[in-house]
Design a protein around this ligand. Structure first.
Ligand code: COA
Length: 188
């Protein structure tokens, strides 16, 4: 199931790998009040508006963790659990769940509460994004291994490894199928 050991504080990493960093060092929350310009034709908030906030918050986390520029490589399992309305104060909470050599999985939880009421926020969505840290030429560069702290961080690290394994397997399987079809003379 796992393709590498979970990093621990103080563990020696391979030469050239930046110093490990704790999950809490880059955890970030982005908050935004939804207005009329954020709505879709149904009058609720457009999914794309939420996705941009998710990408913004995750990008800030990836940049903070990696100490420089990072680009979105993929976004998956974006789930919308409840509609978001005008007047909702949306909190987008993001943290690094897992790190590879140059990539990071960022987990995002989207919460919403009425902007002028003291009722507790409810979860309205979630997503997982993979960012690649890049150098000035846009080439992948090594990232600090993330050190999960709480039991929840450790569970998220392990779950992220499962998603990583599935992403790689799916990409490989689709590539092989396309190559096989091309070799058999099928055209798209
Ligand atoms: C993401 C990008 C840097 C990857 O470059 P690449 O030459 O394919 O480099 P690699 O194959 O070495 O991939 C780098 C890392 O990203 C991961 N990665 C690349 N594509 C991925 C994808 N689609 N899903 C998940 N992970 C991915 C790789 O597994 C690798 O991780 P690792 O180093 O931790 O093992 C490149 O494809 C790119 O610049 N894409 C455009 C990004 C962009 O413009 N985003 C939107 C605006 S920010």
């Amino acid at each position: 199931m796992t393709d590498q050991a979970m990093p621990e504080a103080g563990r020696r990493e391979a030469p050239g790998t930046p110093e490990p960093k704790a999950t809490s060092a880059s955890r970030t929350t982005l908050s935004h009040i939804m207005t009329g310009s954020d709505t879709n034709l149904l009058g609720t908030v457009h999914g794309g508006v939420i996705m941009k906030l998710v990408d913004d918050a995750a990008g800030a986390v990836a940049g903070r963790h990696s100490g420089g520029p990072a680009v979105t490589a993929s976004m998956d399992e974006m789930v919308f659990l409840e509609p978001v309305r005008v007047g909702d104060l949306v909190h987008v909470k993001a943290q690094v769940n897992w790190t590879g050599r140059s990539s990071m999985e960022v987990g995002v939880r989207v919460m919403a509460e009425r902007w002028n009421e003291s009722t507790p926020a409810t979860q309205v969505g979630s997503a997982y994004l993979v960012f690649a840290a890049v150098d000035a030429d846009g080439k992948p560069r090594p990232v600090p291994p993330v050190v999960p702290e709480s039991e929840r961080d450790k569970r998220r690290y392990q779950e992220a490894q499962i998603r990583r394994t599935h992403r790689l397997a799916r990409r490989r399987a689709i590539k092989e199928l396309r190559e096989k079809r091309a070799a058999e003379g099928f055209e798209d």
